[in-house]
Write a protein that binds this ligand. Structure first.
Ligand code: MG
Length: 279
């Protein structure tokens, strides 16, 4: 396989370790750092690629998981423990954006993606309820594990209700959502129009392992997998693999040039300089 996605013999550098379950990375331009979660240790951390410094951001973190930036560049976090989607304000306070739907509490928001129209789409499997190490437990109130859409005006709807354990999600383009289901192990493609999303079919499966988090960069799909990161064409054909010695949960592009790939992988976080600009 020839490609120019990253140097052919590149090996991701382990830049941090000692985590229990590293997940949910994002580049946070306002801080000049990556933010990521250690979901099970109940902490979030920052990583500064310029200095190599790691720091604790929040302890406890409310078992936060996935992160994204909103249309204004503010940090958005999924919290298993608070069963909520949260936003960091410029003064450092956190605002609850969504914690319930039609009078019922959310399960445990897992991962979140920004649509070009400014809406935030987030998955709500029940891992924070059923896995004692990933949340504070509690009863499931909603009848399923859905994907929600929070409009720029703050209206919450649930466009996707046909999945088992919806998890990582990314927009391939404004009309195409890729949604990883860690229940059936496949990543599915939805046609998005406004507030609605219609299943078009299974888009790809990684092997070994399954997709948890994924990102789209320069039109290609970068997916977590059991043996590292798999890079796929828009149509789902494998283009390249980045081997990582631990199970990968998620990844994010960042750095001043947008070409640094931060990989969260079980107990470690890894950094790879790519030829791709991911943001
Ligand atoms: Mg996830």
């Amino acid at each position: 396989m020839t490609h120019d996605l990253f140097p052919p013999d590149a090996v991701p550098r382990r830049v941090g370790g000692g985590f229990v379950w590293a997940e949910g990375p994002v580049w946070w331009p306002a801080g000049g750092v990556f933010v990521f979660s250690d979901v099970r240790a109940n902490r979030t951390h920052t990583f500064d690629p310029a200095s190599g410094a790691l720091a604790v951001q929040l302890d406890p973190s409310g078992h936060r998981n996935g992160h994204a930036l909103d249309a204004q560049g503010r940090l958005i976090a999924c919290s298993h423990g608070e069963r909520a989607l949260l936003r960091r304000e410029p003064d450092g306070d956190w605002t609850v954006l969504a914690s319930g739907f039609e009078g019922r509490r959310l399960n445990s928001p897992n991962d979140v993606a920004l649509h070009p129209d400014g809406s935030l789409w987030f998955s709500d499997p029940d891992y924070g309820l059923v896995k004692p190490q990933e949340g504070y437990g509690g009863e499931r109130e909603l009848p399923g594990c859905w994907v929600f859409r929070l409009s720029p005006g703050g209206d919450l709807s649930a466009p996707i209700r046909d999945r088992d354990r919806p998890n990582g999600l990314a927009f391939l383009d404004e009309h195409t959502l890729l949604l990883a289901d860690t229940g059936d192990g496949a990543t599915h493609r939805y046609r998005v129009t406004g507030e609605t999303a219609h299943l078009e079919g299974e888009h790809f499966r990684v092997q070994p392992g399954k997709t948890d988090g994924l990102r789209v960069a320069e039109g290609r799909i970068w997916s977590s997998a059991g043996d590292g990161v798999h890079v796929l064409s828009p149509g789902g054909e494998e283009l390249a693999r980045i081997p990582v010695p631990e199970t990968v949960s998620n990844l994010a592009f960042g750095g001043p040039q947008g070409n640094l790939l931060l990989i969260t992988a079980s107990t470690g976080v890894y950094l790879l300089e790519t030829h791709t600009r991911g943001r």
